[in-house]
Design a binder for this molecule. Sequence first.
Ligand SMILES: [Zn+2]
Ligand SMILES: [Zn+2]
Length: 356
Amino acid sequence: MGPTTEPTVNDGLPKKMRALQYSKPRDFKVVEIDMPDLGEEDVLVKISACGVCGTDLHFHEGEFMAKFPLIPGHEAAGVVVAIGRRVTTVAVGDRVVADPMEPCRSCFYCVRDQGLLCENMSGYGGTVPGGMAEYCRYPARHVYPIGDLPSLEAVLIEPAACASHGIERMSPKVGSTVLLFGCGPTGMLLAQLLRQNGAANLTIASKGGPKLDLARQLDLADSYVCISDDNPSEDMKAIKTANPHGFDIVVEATGASSVLEQSIFYVRKGGTLVVYGVYDDAAKVAWPPSRIWTYEITVLASFCSTLKFPVVLEYVKTKKLNLKGIVNKTYRIEEWAECLEAVRKQQVVKAAIVFD
Ligand SMILES: [Zn+2]
Ligand SMILES: [Zn+2]
């Protein structure tokens, strides 16, 4: 349904809202704009928090699926304040998270049940207005009630949905040994899901800093390797020494192509390399095909996710995902420049934008 009809419940809602808007790559400001129109199958969500992730840095540069003008924000949580006439699945007052990926359902891939690969994907916060605004419109089928889950934990449902898709892609065998490069928020979610889905022995390798500290504190892995800035090759060598046969699965979740290039040499014979990070469009890697061939290595990727929110919410409901403390810094939309800087310099574990 397009945004054609008036919302069913709009009493007391303002006519205008504040939003963070890009007019073109790198050119953003906080603007006051009209409230979104609501179709009869839509809901209006008053945003309470919206996670910031590496993808937003790429949108900032105009990379990826970014369409301008752009209101970013694809990891939003909030409260339903209005619903369209035909909405029955959620009610005004429900606290919800929103799945940002909306396949077109009619392209070559969608009709083959591969919506994730949709050629006309709409992404809230990428191609259509997202959650870095006081309010956001979503189709009702894209929002999921979260009960009393705190908003700063709820913003991790979206990255966890992507992680759960990643786990399905790599489908670890029972008892797998896994090496995970990177322990950003996404890595932390992957780690938790990996250990509950086949990984018997998980090693996290990461630069030192608040992220690795938190990973240890949350007890996310069986061993940790700190890759120092001074002598990274020594630390990388130490992984080899401790694991002479390599790993069944190696996940590259740093987004650094240099690490991805190295990763292949840690995969054991018959193993799998997972390309999980978000890389610069211009990044390239060089791998010896002979290695891939003689080792029969499977190289696979996990891009994002569709329809994985219910899966993640099941883990959350049963307290099998620890989301507490991962968001460790919050900003207002007016502080976007500062927020971007902190995310870029990795001074925060995970940042979120918050609203009143
Ligand atoms: Zn994200
Ligand atoms: Zn499609």
